[in-house]
Write a new protein. Structure first.
Length: 374
């Protein structure tokens, strides 16, 4: 079958979760004999390969503005795609749903992975939040199938919109340390640091992590990997809060170094409140980290009993970090459970099975689009 993957920055993946998902499922679908085209944002790639891991790449422009970058690129990608003979349009990000009017009118098979609850993110103003809520609703009206990457998102679309979505999780690779000397490049030693890898946005709580760490009496460091594409008041607050022992290297894209950071941390802090199956949390588990996760349903759906949880307060996170310091002999059992959950439920082959089955169902007419009730 011929599949178009639309709505991300593209591949090779060098930014976020959707891009990694496209790369991992796209390459596997090609290996299984399917023809896969990935639409890429021209501005994100200096070197524009005609294909990658068997996937055909199409580069198109976008408006380089925070609120329009994603939507503008998806719009021109859809305009290009409707003149190609794709069997399936696989679109990522519910914010792109207004672009689906034309392919819907043309009777295309459309699935959308909605991602998390973008309207809850602190970086957006009231108008943007209303837009994201509208886009969620519209996604349920214009697509054949809504894909949810977590049970929590599935429950949300069922309760808010009365729509049954298809659950297909995200994936991760089980990994081990093999180049620990790479840590020396940022002056770290194995098991001597707390780690958080995230965008510096309020709903991810990196500021809270720094504040909690500063209350500890420990020689271990805190490494916060990440940043924001556009500076904000919140990212400025993070920089002002930095003290001795806190390391902010910015975003890191070196996969070998990232692997070593995960595999060698003493404890990983997962503070993401919004969204479904968080890619960083999965990779944390796959790397055998002991994890302290924020106490929300999305964390529990994935981590289960393979970590401990903190309420959204500096005091409680400090308490849980201190517990990890005081009980090193109890951490291995949590780590082993985490790896087993990844092996059982979150392999990329398993994820690709889910998408391939869905695409075959779409082509076979199982998910016929019906005129919705407005």
């Amino acid at each position: 079958m011929k599949i178009a993957l639309i709505g991300t920055r593209g591949v090779p993946a060098n930014y976020g979760g959707f891009e990694t998902c496209v790369e991992e499922i796209g390459r596997r679908l090609v290996e299984r004999g399917h023809e896969v085209t990935v639409y890429c944002r021209k501005n994100n790639y200096e070197e524009r390969l005609p294909d990658y891991l068997g996937m055909k790449l199409v580069y198109l422009p976008s408006l380089r503005k925070k609120s329009l970058d994603t939507l503008s690129h998806t719009f021109v990608s859809i305009l290009h795609a409707i003149f190609c003979s794709y069997d399936v349009f696989m679109v990522f990000n519910a914010a792109n749903s207004p672009c689906l009017v034309v392919p819907r009118l043309l009777g295309k098979n459309i699935a959308i992975n909605t991602d998390g609850l973008e309207w809850k993110r602190g970086k957006w103003g009231k108008s943007a939040k209303r837009y994201y809520k509208f886009s969620e609703w519209l996604a349920t009206k214009l697509t054949n199938v809504v894909v949810a990457d977590s049970r929590g998102i599935q429950d949300y679309y069922r309760s808010c919109y009365g729509v049954e979505s298809r659950h297909i999780a995200y994936g991760a690779y089980i990994s081990k340390s093999c180049k620990s000397k790479l840590l020396e490049s940022i002056q770290l030693s194995p098991k001597e640091y707390f780690l958080q890898i995230t965008r510096f946005e309020p709903e991810n709580n990196p500021l809270l992590t720094i504040q909690a760490y500063k209350k500890l009496k420990t020689d271990k460091k805190l490494l916060l990997v990440g940043g924001v594409p556009y500076e904000s008041k919140y990212s400025d607050l993070i920089k002002k809060e930095v003290s001795e022992g806190v390391i902010l290297p910015g975003p890191i894209y070196d996969k070998d170094l990232l692997n070593e950071l995960w595999c060698n941390c003493y404890t990983y802090i997962h503070g993401n409140e919004v969204g479904g199956t968080n890619p960083a949390l999965l990779q944390t588990m796959a790397s055998g980290c002991f994890t302290i996760a924020i106490n929300v349903s999305f964390s529990h759906n994935v981590l289960r009993d393979a970590g401990i949880y903190f309420d959204n307060s500096v005091e409680d996170l400090t308490c849980k970090m201190q517990w990890a310091l005081d009980h090193p002999g109890l951490l291995d059992a949590y780590k082993e459970r985490a790896v087993e959950y990844i092996r059982a439920d979150y392999s990329w082959d398993h994820v690709t099975d889910g998408y391939e089955a869905l695409f075959n169902e779409l082509i076979g007419g199982k998910h016929q689009w019906r005129i919705p009730r407005i």
